[in-house]
Design a protein around this ligand. Structure first.
Ligand SMILES: Cc1ncc(COP(=O)(O)O)c(C=O)c1O
Length: 370
């Protein structure tokens, strides 16, 4: 565990812009929908063209940077952030390690765009990655806890071994947010995040970011955005800035409820198994204790089959059948419908911000009908 103080970080996040505030200014950042800026003579200054820089992106990146303790480049989605890293830091002939059990679109990106362009891509289960033979790899990408099976990789061990092998390390921290887990503090070079999930948290925007403390790496990522035009919208940036203000409240409520719900699901006759890093039956529970500040808001529930899982998702009051996670509403997603290598009846439950007891009562009532 790092000596990070989440309460202090949340307070600093809320006050990240205080030094820039002068009398009469609005507290929140302005939305600046600019494609161009007035620019006479030799181009100078931070704002020259809308694809390069924008004051609303800057405000949101500053907030995210305060939270990450690192430089941040923002993107229009989590996948745009991941693509920026994999495409700007890896060349033809280089070797990349990806998790075989993480978010499937990252593997799809490798399949459709890295491999055809000469990058050698290998896959490894999340739990085995820190012990894998990393010799000859140029970039090692990990996602922990992995989505959807919540497998955990030892970030300290991975960072040490990958760095010794000469590889750049990247961690997808989407399932935890910087309040729940700090990959950069464990020696990982780059964090990627889908802020579509808990960071924004209101299911009304797609967004992503890349964070890191190595200026050279971040420069390449920023240059990728500038040249490819994979830029965030000003309004979306503003929404994420607003969402961030309540991240700590939402994240703690969701994690608290997830712990309660996971423990109560255990032993219910309609449930075959429960998967949550906070349960002492989770195979990497001790590692979770050492590495994560919270156990997260996701709970894996295995039902007897797809019919039972779908019935649960549709019947439970206060639970919405949908795909995504980290928002204010509790969401149930049967992952086999997307081709994930999980049992047909495996549901990824994203515990929302509903007060815990009514939410549990709704879940229990639906379970009792199965
Ligand atoms: C772990 C993880 N990383 C990245 C992404 C991609 O994020 P986005 O949908 O914002 O592109 C997702 C989306 O579900 C995800 O679960």
């Amino acid at each position: 565990m790092t000596d990070f103080d989440p309460d202090r970080a949340a307070a600093e996040l809320l006050h990240h812009a205080d030094d820039d505030l002068t009398s009469g200014q609005p507290l929140g950042p302005p939305i600046v929908p600019a494609s161009l800026y007035v620019l006479p003579g030799t181009p100078t200054g931070p704002y020259q063209y809308g694809r390069w820089t924008n004051p609303t992106w800057d405000a949101t990146e500053h907030a995210l940077a305060t939270l990450e303790g690192a430089s941040v480049v923002s993107f229009p989605s989590g996948m745009a952030a991941i693509a920026s890293v994999l495409c700007s830091l890896v060349r033809s002939g280089q070797r990349v390690m990806l998790p075989s059990d993480g978010y499937y679109t990252t593997r799809l990106l490798a399949e459709q765009y890295l491999r055809p362009n000469g990058v050698i891509v290998e896959e490894c289960p999340t739990v085995a990655m820190a012990q894998a033979d990393l010799a000859g790899f140029d970039l090692v990408f990990v996602e922990t806890p992995s989505n959807p099976t919540l497998q955990i990789c030892d970030l300290n061990a991975l960072a040490l071994r990958a760095t010794a092998a000469g590889a750049v390390t990247v961690a997808d921290n989407t399932t935890m947010t910087p309040l729940g887990q700090r990959p950069l503090d464990h020696g990982i070079d780059i964090v990627v995040s889908s802020d579509t999930k808990a960071v924004n948290g209101h299911s009304d925007v797609l967004f992503g970011h890349v964070a890191g403390r190595n200026p050279e790496l971040l420069e390449k990522v920023a240059d990728w955005r500038k040249v490819t035009g994979a830029i965030p919208g000003h309004f979306e940036s503003w929404l994420v800035h607003r969402g961030l203000e309540t991240l700590e409240l939402r994240f703690n409520r969701m994690c608290d409820s997830a712990e309660v719900i996971a423990s109560r699901l255990v032993g219910h006759h309609a449930v075959r198994s429960v998967n949550h890093p906070g349960l002492d039956t989770h195979p990497q529970h001790e590692l979770a204790d050492r590495q994560m500040h919270r156990y997260g808001l996701l709970v894996g529930i295995e039902f007897a089959d797809a019919t039972a899982a779908d019935a649960f998702a549709e019947k439970a009051e206060f639970v919405i059948p949908a795909t995504s996670f980290g928002g204010t509403h509790t969401i149930a997603d049967r992952r086999a419908r997307w081709g994930d290598q999980v049992p047909d009846g495996y549901v990824r439950l994203s515990v929302g911000c509903e007060p815990t007891e009514p939410l549990w009562a709704a879940i229990e009532q639906a379970l009792d009908t199965l």
